[in-house]
Design a protein around this ligand. Structure first.
Ligand code: UDP
Ligand code: MG
Length: 146
Protein backbone atom coordinates (compact mmCIF):
# COMPACT_ATOMS: atom_id res chain seq x y z
CA UNK A 1 0.00 0.00 0.00
CA UNK A 2 1.45 3.37 -0.98
CA UNK A 3 1.32 6.29 1.41
CA UNK A 4 1.01 9.12 -1.12
CA UNK A 5 -1.84 10.40 -3.20
CA UNK A 6 -2.46 13.34 -5.46
CA UNK A 7 -5.33 15.84 -5.30
CA UNK A 8 -6.49 18.89 -7.21
CA UNK A 9 -8.75 21.52 -5.75
CA UNK A 10 -10.63 22.30 -8.94
CA UNK A 11 -11.42 25.81 -10.24
CA UNK A 12 -14.78 26.24 -8.47
CA UNK A 13 -13.08 25.62 -5.10
CA UNK A 14 -10.94 28.66 -5.80
CA UNK A 15 -13.67 30.71 -7.50
CA UNK A 16 -16.03 30.26 -4.52
CA UNK A 17 -13.18 30.90 -2.06
CA UNK A 18 -13.88 27.67 -0.15
CA UNK A 19 -10.56 25.92 -0.73
CA UNK A 20 -9.39 26.76 2.83
CA UNK A 21 -12.35 24.87 4.28
CA UNK A 22 -11.63 21.90 2.04
CA UNK A 23 -7.93 21.89 2.95
CA UNK A 24 -8.94 21.93 6.65
CA UNK A 25 -11.10 18.85 6.11
CA UNK A 26 -8.19 17.08 4.41
CA UNK A 27 -5.85 17.94 7.31
CA UNK A 28 -8.46 16.95 9.89
CA UNK A 29 -8.61 13.51 8.25
CA UNK A 30 -4.90 13.03 8.96
CA UNK A 31 -3.31 13.88 5.62
CA UNK A 32 -0.04 15.82 5.54
CA UNK A 33 0.50 18.15 2.61
CA UNK A 34 4.02 17.77 1.19
CA UNK A 35 3.44 19.70 -2.04
CA UNK A 36 1.00 22.42 -3.04
CA UNK A 37 0.82 25.18 -5.64
CA UNK A 38 -1.73 27.42 -7.27
CA UNK A 39 -1.67 27.18 -11.04
CA UNK A 40 -3.91 27.34 -14.09
CA UNK A 41 -4.34 24.55 -16.60
CA UNK A 42 -4.52 25.34 -20.28
CA UNK A 43 -6.11 23.12 -22.92
CA UNK A 44 -2.87 21.20 -23.49
CA UNK A 45 -2.13 20.51 -19.82
CA UNK A 46 -5.75 19.64 -18.96
CA UNK A 47 -5.90 17.26 -21.93
CA UNK A 48 -2.61 15.68 -20.84
CA UNK A 49 -3.83 15.17 -17.30
CA UNK A 50 -7.20 13.71 -18.34
CA UNK A 51 -5.83 11.83 -21.40
CA UNK A 52 -7.62 8.62 -20.30
CA UNK A 53 -11.01 10.37 -20.65
CA UNK A 54 -10.42 12.11 -23.98
CA UNK A 55 -12.92 9.99 -25.93
CA UNK A 56 -15.68 10.24 -23.31
CA UNK A 57 -18.79 12.32 -24.04
CA UNK A 58 -18.17 14.47 -20.95
CA UNK A 59 -14.62 15.37 -22.00
CA UNK A 60 -15.37 18.80 -23.61
CA UNK A 61 -17.27 19.91 -20.49
CA UNK A 62 -14.50 18.58 -18.24
CA UNK A 63 -11.90 20.51 -20.26
CA UNK A 64 -13.93 23.72 -20.10
CA UNK A 65 -14.31 23.33 -16.33
CA UNK A 66 -10.68 22.51 -15.60
CA UNK A 67 -9.39 25.44 -17.69
CA UNK A 68 -11.94 27.93 -16.33
CA UNK A 69 -9.72 29.28 -13.55
CA UNK A 70 -6.93 28.58 -11.11
CA UNK A 71 -6.63 25.22 -9.41
CA UNK A 72 -4.51 23.83 -6.54
CA UNK A 73 -2.66 20.55 -7.11
CA UNK A 74 -1.46 18.90 -3.90
CA UNK A 75 0.60 15.91 -2.81
CA UNK A 76 -0.78 14.21 0.31
CA UNK A 77 0.74 11.70 2.68
CA UNK A 78 -1.07 9.25 4.96
CA UNK A 79 -1.06 5.50 5.41
CA UNK A 80 -3.35 3.93 2.78
CA UNK A 81 -3.53 7.39 1.18
CA UNK A 82 -5.25 6.58 -2.13
CA UNK A 83 -8.19 4.63 -0.71
CA UNK A 84 -8.60 6.87 2.34
CA UNK A 85 -8.66 10.00 0.21
CA UNK A 86 -11.19 8.57 -2.27
CA UNK A 87 -13.36 7.78 0.74
CA UNK A 88 -12.97 11.32 2.09
CA UNK A 89 -13.93 12.98 -1.22
CA UNK A 90 -16.83 10.63 -2.02
CA UNK A 91 -18.39 9.43 -5.23
CA UNK A 92 -17.74 11.27 -8.55
CA UNK A 93 -21.38 12.38 -8.61
CA UNK A 94 -22.11 14.46 -5.49
CA UNK A 95 -25.72 13.27 -5.51
CA UNK A 96 -24.43 9.73 -4.93
CA UNK A 97 -21.68 10.72 -2.50
CA UNK A 98 -21.97 9.63 1.14
CA UNK A 99 -22.95 12.12 3.83
CA UNK A 100 -19.98 13.96 5.26
CA UNK A 101 -17.80 13.59 2.17
CA UNK A 102 -16.20 16.63 0.54
CA UNK A 103 -18.08 16.23 -2.74
CA UNK A 104 -21.40 15.78 -0.91
CA UNK A 105 -20.85 18.94 1.09
CA UNK A 106 -19.21 21.23 -1.48
CA UNK A 107 -19.72 20.03 -5.06
CA UNK A 108 -22.40 21.27 -7.47
CA UNK A 109 -22.72 18.36 -9.93
CA UNK A 110 -20.93 15.41 -11.50
CA UNK A 111 -18.73 17.65 -13.68
CA UNK A 112 -18.19 20.48 -11.21
CA UNK A 113 -17.24 18.14 -8.40
CA UNK A 114 -14.71 20.41 -6.67
CA UNK A 115 -11.82 17.98 -6.12
CA UNK A 116 -9.73 15.28 -7.77
CA UNK A 117 -8.20 12.24 -6.07
CA UNK A 118 -5.97 9.57 -7.64
CA UNK A 119 -7.56 6.15 -8.13
CA UNK A 120 -4.45 3.95 -7.65
CA UNK A 121 -0.92 4.10 -6.25
CA UNK A 122 0.45 3.90 -9.78
CA UNK A 123 -1.68 6.79 -11.04
CA UNK A 124 -0.90 8.82 -7.92
CA UNK A 125 2.82 8.70 -8.77
CA UNK A 126 2.15 9.53 -12.45
CA UNK A 127 -0.09 12.46 -11.47
CA UNK A 128 2.37 13.77 -8.85
CA UNK A 129 5.12 13.76 -11.49
CA UNK A 130 2.81 15.61 -13.92
CA UNK A 131 2.70 18.64 -11.59
CA UNK A 132 5.72 18.45 -9.26
CA UNK A 133 9.39 17.67 -9.40
CA UNK A 134 11.11 16.10 -6.39
CA UNK A 135 12.67 19.37 -5.28
CA UNK A 136 9.19 20.89 -4.86
CA UNK A 137 8.10 18.25 -2.33
CA UNK A 138 8.87 18.28 1.39
CA UNK A 139 11.15 15.39 2.31
CA UNK A 140 12.17 12.94 -0.44
CA UNK A 141 15.37 14.93 -0.99
CA UNK A 142 13.16 17.91 -1.68
CA UNK A 143 12.36 20.88 0.58
CA UNK A 144 13.22 20.66 4.26
CA UNK A 145 10.24 20.85 6.53
CA UNK A 146 11.07 21.70 10.13
N1 UDP B 1 -16.90 13.71 -15.15
C1 UDP B 1 -18.01 14.27 -15.79
N2 UDP B 1 -19.06 13.44 -16.13
C2 UDP B 1 -19.05 12.11 -15.87
C3 UDP B 1 -17.94 11.55 -15.23
C4 UDP B 1 -16.88 12.36 -14.89
O1 UDP B 1 -18.02 15.47 -16.05
O2 UDP B 1 -20.03 11.42 -16.20
C5 UDP B 1 -15.75 14.58 -14.78
C6 UDP B 1 -15.68 14.86 -13.27
O3 UDP B 1 -15.16 16.19 -13.08
C7 UDP B 1 -14.70 13.80 -12.81
C8 UDP B 1 -13.71 13.76 -13.97
O4 UDP B 1 -14.54 13.94 -15.13
O5 UDP B 1 -14.09 14.12 -11.57
C9 UDP B 1 -12.92 12.49 -14.11
O6 UDP B 1 -13.82 11.39 -14.12
P1 UDP B 1 -13.55 10.07 -13.26
O7 UDP B 1 -14.50 9.04 -13.74
O8 UDP B 1 -12.09 9.75 -13.28
O9 UDP B 1 -14.02 10.52 -11.79
P2 UDP B 1 -13.17 10.74 -10.46
O10 UDP B 1 -12.03 9.77 -10.46
O11 UDP B 1 -12.72 12.18 -10.47
O12 UDP B 1 -14.15 10.48 -9.34
MG1 MG C 1 -10.56 9.46 -11.91
Amino acid sequence: MGNRTFAILKPDAIEKNIYGDIISRIQADGFKIIGMKMTKLNERTATGFYEVHKDKPFFPGLLEYMTSGACIPMVLVKENAVADFRKLIGSTDPIKADEGTIRKDFADDITHNIIHGSDSDENAEIEIAFFFNRAELIGNAGLNCC
